[in-house]
Design a protein around this ligand. Structure first.
Ligand SMILES: N[C@@H](CCC(=O)N[C@@H](CS)C(=O)NCC(=O)O)C(=O)O
Length: 205
């Protein structure tokens, strides 16, 4: 695959997922840091590139544009001919099921609460209480899975692990207590080691 452009932000788990996948696959890219807090996804130029006004956005070497973090991860892995995409249809459906769950349930609670608490500065009283309960339900479901599975992608690191670790490791920012989920904590360390990334800390962004 030729060099691609990734419009992303270092504070965004959705963007980091794409970066880590590209790094793992050895895909070369230019990273264009895009500040959502300064409205850089809402400029006329950005909206002309991607009308949804959100990052990550990938521009392929021929100018075609891709949006949605998990779709981009799937595309990169498929183009690279990586074994991150299972050949067996059932295994592939299980993998995509985790990616859909991440977006539909996990990201929509944990990432949203983190953003509103840490970046929008809302107090706990101002936050929708369902965000905390749905985030904890997500973490408990992950804890239960990890009790007898090393990863979400099967016996080794897969795309669901990359997708899920992005906001799980940042959950403390959103007021979730990761230490209540010991298998999750251990899994985060394994995924970070496999990706060659340092542990998350508030100071790192
Ligand atoms: N489902 C999308 C979500 C993208 C998204 O929510 N992006 C956020 C950053 S994490 C954004 O661009 N927010 C700025 C805005 O909506 O104005 C994905 O996975 O790519």
């Amino acid at each position: 695959m030729q060099r691609i452009k990734i419009y992303g932000s270092g504070i965004s788990g959705n963007c980091l997922k794409v970066k880590w996948t590209a790094d793992l696959l050895g895909i070369s890219y230019d990273w264009i840091e895009t500040d959502i807090l300064k409205g850089e996804t809402r400029t006329e130029a950005f909206l002309a590139l991607s009308p949804a006004g959100q990052i990550p956005v990938v521009v392929l070497d021929d100018g075609r544009v891709l949006e949605q973090s998990c779709a981009i991860m799937l595309y990169l892995a498929e183009q690279a001919g990586s074994d991150l995409i299972p050949t067996d249809a059932y295994e592939k459906a299980k993998m995509t099921g985790w990616l859909f769950w991440e977006q539909n349930f996990h990201e929509s609670s944990i990432a949203v609460r983190r953003f509103r608490k840490r970046f929008a500065g809302l107090s706990d009283e101002e936050l929708d209480p369902s965000l905390l309960s749905r985030g904890n339900t997500s973490l408990q479901l992950m804890e239960d899975h990890l009790t007898d599975h090393p990863f979400f992608g099967g016996s080794k690191l897969g795309l669901p692990d990359i997708a899920l670790v992005a906001y799980t490791r940042m959950a403390g920012d959103g007021g979730y207590t990761l230490n209540d989920y010991p298998h999750v904590v251990k899994w985060i360390a394994s995924v970070q080691a496999a990706l060659g990334i340092p542990p998350y800390s508030e100071e790192s962004i």
